[in-house]
Design a protein around this ligand. Structure first.
Ligand SMILES: Cc1cc2nc3c(=O)[nH]c(=O)nc-3n(C[C@H](O)[C@H](O)[C@H](O)COP(=O)(O)OP(=O)(O)OC[C@H]3O[C@@H](n4cnc5c(N)ncnc54)[C@H](O)[C@@H]3O)c2cc1C
Length: 400
């Protein structure tokens, strides 16, 4: 029987961050994942999505001792541009820039490829003597009591932990083992994620183009072989994504250039296309005896406004603040009730907000698309509304 303060179930980007953060705070940590992380871009199964870390998340990455490793690879996001191309033709008919300079001296956030995050996070864990990362081994059984959790791993190892952090994804085996229900919303929608190069420099502008089916988003990346480059997330209804994913490259490039309204010139595909199902999901509680749910184990949102992993880092910040405030109380009923209280309302509000934005972006009826454009124009034109929306998006204030 191995004893540890914290058992992190899941070694995705969220689980690796949790392990680094609790390790940096001096807790002993074991992190397990049955699927070893893929840490090279070209390797089979690498995660080609990128994550835009917003300002509060960068502070947490600094606290976890991760930021120094990540910063050299990050692209700053200074402006968020929202373009409406919802007219009869796929052309821009309105464009609104939200500039971080209106609310802060810093950019909104910093964008990094997920495969590179895994590489740097795994390297960071290897430096920490109090963190034991066990790729290739999963959580197989969970039994909790008032004073501890007993975890059986897939290789038969038994662990006694004061706290289990469930970061094992949207189908979280730990969440299922402790019986926390979820509420799931399906949109019949999927996302294509890939990277492109283009002629027009992105100028650190992240651009979301709305027409129908969901947003087409270009997020700045460092130059690729001397050419400006962006990560793309293209959301559409499922059958349309299947059609796009199967197109020959030249036809796909023509379609994505048209869908981007030609804003960055012709787009050239530089990675494979990966497909991601889109849902919203919220767990009914963020905790159970000796268990805290974080990240997609607790909440899933469509990729709009870079909220998903940023909310997850918010979970970890709340949990770590409580753990550091009274370390002897780690995993207690009192601590976990406080965690639930700190996070659940905020999480539900954000999931509801992103659900509404996604539905607005999906509309195909012309009259509704025109209404969407007028609503954005109205919000944008009132400066206090605009700046409070920006603060709410960053997680440093509330809308309204
Ligand atoms: C197209 C797209 C773009 C996105 N862009 C952004 C963005 O710009 N900014 C942002 O903040 N968010 C973004 N998100 C959301 C973000 O990618 C996710 O929130 C994040 O990747 C989820 O991380 P996770 O670690 O919770 O889950 P996962 O990555 O699913 O990790 C869960 C891990 O648990 C492991 N696991 C499963 N079973 C077990 C077991 N029995 N024991 C132990 N481990 C187990 C799995 O192997 C897996 O590695 C995006 C999402 C999508 C779909």
């Amino acid at each position: 029987m191995i004893e540890t303060d914290v058992l992190v179930s899941g070694g995705g980007v969220a689980g690796l961050t949790a392990a680094a953060a609790f390790g940096a705070a001096g807790f002993s940590v074991i992190c397990v994942d049955p699927t070893p992380p893929v840490t090279e871009m070209q390797a089979e199964g690498s995660d080609l999505r990128t994550t835009a870390f917003l300002q509060p998340s960068r502070d947490f990455l600094i606290r976890a001792g991760l930021w120094d490793r990540l910063e050299p690879h990050a692209s700053a996001l200074q402006v968020m541009r929202i373009v409406d191309a919802g007219g009869q033709e796929p052309e821009p008919r309105s464009s609104h820039d939200f500039n971080a300079a209106d609310i802060s001296d810093l950019p909104f956030g910093w964008n990094l490829p997920n495969w590179l995050l895994s590489r740097e996070m795994v390297a960071r864990l290897a430096e920490m003597p109090n963190v034991d990362f066990r790729p290739g081994t999963g959580t197989a059984g969970v039994l909790t009591r008032d004073r501890e959790a007993l975890v059986t791993l897939s290789d038969g190892t038994r662990i006694r932990a004061r706290l289990i952090i469930a970061a094992d994804g949207r189908k979280s085996p730990v969440r299922e083992a402790v019986g926390i229900p979820v509420k799931t919303t399906r949109y019949g929608q999927k996302a294509l994620a890939f990277a492109v190069t283009h002629d027009v420099p992105h100028g650190n502008v992240s651009t979301e183009i709305h027409r129908s089916g969901g947003p087409f988003t270009l997020v700045p990346l460092p130059d690729h072989e001397g050419r400006p480059s962006s990560a793309v997330v293209w959301m559409e209804r499922g059958p349309e994504v299947a059609r796009l994913a199967a197109l020959p490259t030249a036809d796909f490039e023509a379609e994505m250039t048209a869908r981007s309204a030609g804003l960055w010139g012709p787009l050239t595909l530089i990675t494979r296309r990966t497909v991601w199902p889109i849902i919203s999901q919220v767990a009914e509680r963020m905790e159970a005896e000796r268990v805290a749910l974080v990240a997609e184990a607790a909440h899933v949102v469509p990729p709009i406004g870079a909220q998903g992993l940023n909310m997850s880092l918010g979970d970890m910040r709340a949990l770590l603040d409580l753990a550091e405030a009274s370390p002897e109380d780690l995993g207690s009923r009192r601590m976990l009730a406080a965690y639930h209280k700190a996070r659940h309302g905020e999480v539900r509000a954000r999931v509801a907000g992103i659900d509404a934005l996604n539905r607005a972006s999906m509309v195909s009826i012309q009259g509704l698309r025109d209404m969407r454009m007028r609503a954005l124009r109205a919000f944008y034109s009132v400066k206090p509304v605009r700046t409070s929306l920006m603060r709410a998006g960053l997680g440093t204030g509330r809308a309204g």
